[in-house]
Design a protein around this ligand. Sequence first.
Ligand code: 8DG
Ligand code: MN
Ligand code: MN
Length: 368
Amino acid sequence: QKPGLELAVVSVPSYACQRHTPLLHHNITLTDALSILAENAELGENEGRGVAFRRAAALLKSLPQEVRGAEQLRGLPCLGEHSLRVIKEVLEDGVSLEVETTTHSEQFKAMKALTGIFGVGAKTADRWFREGIHTPSDLQRSGHTLNRAQRAGLQYYDELNLPVTKSEAVAIGQIVERAVHAVLPGAEITLIGGFRRGKQTGHDVDFLITHPDEGREEGLMPKVVSWLEAQGFLLYQKTTGNSYLESKEGPARPASNMDRFERCFSIFRLNPHTHSDSPHPLPQTLVVVAVRVDLVVSPYSQFAFALLGWTGSKLFERELRRWAVHEKAMTLSSHALYDRKRYLRASSEEEIFAHLGLEYIPPCDRNA
Ligand code: 8DG
Ligand code: MN
Ligand code: MN
């Protein structure tokens, strides 16, 4: 048998939530190229195109070996015409012209730099770009009126664009635990997002908070935030209240993909002395370590759904919801799973996968 022919005969399922996608995989060069095009599409607010590139990249991440030639791709799902063309180019020439052009384009660089400011989305960045603002310094000089989030984003731009390390995440977890237990003993704190999937670095740290006695978690966030603020741990925070309406039949059906949990988007000030392998240089007393932190509070009965919904990756979540709707005629959100009108209970992620008729995929294999 010729080497590499195995891939074509392996049958690969087409939804990312049916596959194991580890963090470390065999096709980084190809997925990096496709990710650039996905990012560019997202920055250009072309969501459909972005998703197509993300799905193609996710497929490659799930393959058990390196793709060496285009003939190995025959029969694989998720590879659209455009993605295939890019993959072939990279396999043959080592690079893709389209990817190179994108990476070096003034617009892509500016959009990345501007959306890299906390509080700045693609729409705003594009408006500024067309006014000739290409960098955070340009923005600073422009005299534009910025909202509170954007002012914080600009102020801590450099710190927030350094990757958050695992040890920083652990240190923040300890602070969050102290805060939560000070205001509600018995509450449970779970690390979610990328760090739960086994990533060693992240753009932020995400936590899910709940309490075994349903109802005790209500109104928790403002108290946690006050405690953190009083201790000087917060450089910025925006808390959004629970906007959830529960009916007798279970949690209300989602109006959109956004959930309605009580949550807090924040910027923590981390004391560099509290963790050992900080990448930040001395003198530590002069360094503000600013870290983006997301806190979410869920009622105990919705915990499994919140955990599954906030562990990611974003594409994995999207694929779960797509699977639920198109293959099972169900509706999945971070609050609940509905089989038409019927609310399906679950107290673990395993149960949710079972309700959906899917093999259980552990967090470390949800890196789609
Ligand atoms: P990173 O921070 O290391 O870059 O990766 P990540 O942890 O996977 O990304 P994230 O942007 O922090 O998002 C973590 C998960 O939370 C991801 O699956 C998407 C999910 N998430 C939000 N916002 C919302 C939201 O409003 N509703 C729901 N249900 N999920 C959300 O980020
Ligand atoms: Mn995260
Ligand atoms: Mn987050």
